[in-house]
Design a protein around this ligand. Sequence first.
Ligand code: ATP
Ligand code: MG
Length: 361
Amino acid sequence: MKLALNNISMKFDDITAVDNLTVTINEGELVCLLGPSGCGKSTTLFMLAGLYKPSSGKLYFGEKLVNDIEPEDRGIGMVFQNYALYPHLSVLKNIMFPLKMAKVPKKEAEERAIEMAKLVQIEHLLDRKPKQLSGGQQQRVAIARALVKKPNLLLLDEPLSNLDARLRLEMREEIRRIQQEVGITTIFVTHDQEEAMSISDRILLMKDGKYQQYSPPQDMYDFPENAFVGMFMGSPPLNMIPVMLNEGSITIKDTEQSFPNPLTINQALSSSNEALLGVRAEDWTIAKDTSEIRLTALVELVERIGRDTLLSATIGRHSIRALVDPEFTIQPGDAVDLTIRNDRFHLFDAKTEANLGLKNE
Ligand SMILES: Nc1ncnc2c1ncn2[C@@H]1O[C@H](COP(=O)(O)OP(=O)(O)OP(=O)(O)O)[C@@H](O)[C@H]1O
Ligand SMILES: [Mg+2]
């Protein structure tokens, strides 16, 4: 089912939890709602679930306006962080519960519950009680229960945050597999950008209740529309260096260091000649003789992490972090000339934080 949020806002007294959000979610896609704590992710999900009624705006499921439709009439399945299983019921009875409420005959309900248990691979656990299950198994039960009524929309609110790191990785792949097998439109709330990157068709990134960007994960990483998006996606975070934009060149603020600007500046978005140069740690590399971009950095710390070497350095008085090939032997105290791979950098307006560079196709 396709969803549309048109100018949706949610106000609690003086707090605007969701501020004029407009977005369309395609049928069959898995969309992650991503953003820092308090940005309005759960509130958005609860409006989709019908647990909150938007203060303003229109919510459509397919062509149908659902603002006034009760949660139980929306055809949704929901999974929460804390599983919310019934402790005194067996796994089978937990999964059957929504069907029992809907007065589905017992035999049919049992068959459908077993079918769901197979889908989430817990058919060997049907007689156990929730407390006899691991966190990952409990979450599988919760997913089976959410899907047993064959909803048109699956809503998940931080479903993996109670699991340890390894189980999280396993379960996120499982959720993606189950979602694709069923083909159900799914909204998945998380504050973990890596989790969002790994499982979604698209990510909706929010901040302070406001839309920031809605893109496929790789686009969000490669083409952040503003500085917040650039900083939020990726680890270590995007390096941000204050610069001055002059005709055809970029000068690092408070230094004499500059280089020719290969990007076309979108003047409509530019409020002054002050900008932030955004460079991913992995896009720095040691300059060659032919490099047009060449910035001298003073190395403060050298850490070997896995395949790469992470340099903490300063350009002028601005701190940066760079992941470079360990073939270079670099010591703290060295001055190294860095360049930026394939002009892979961004320029953000210093005031509005909008990305000023036109997308390199
Ligand atoms: N029922 C409520 N009454 C008053 N304020 C609320 C209510 N629910 C949420 N808020 C406020 O609305 C804002 C958004 O909250 P929300 O729970 O949607 O954030 P979130 O993105 O899900 O955060 P988290 O990652 O911490 O779960 C917060 O400032 C929160 O304090
Ligand atoms: Mg939340």
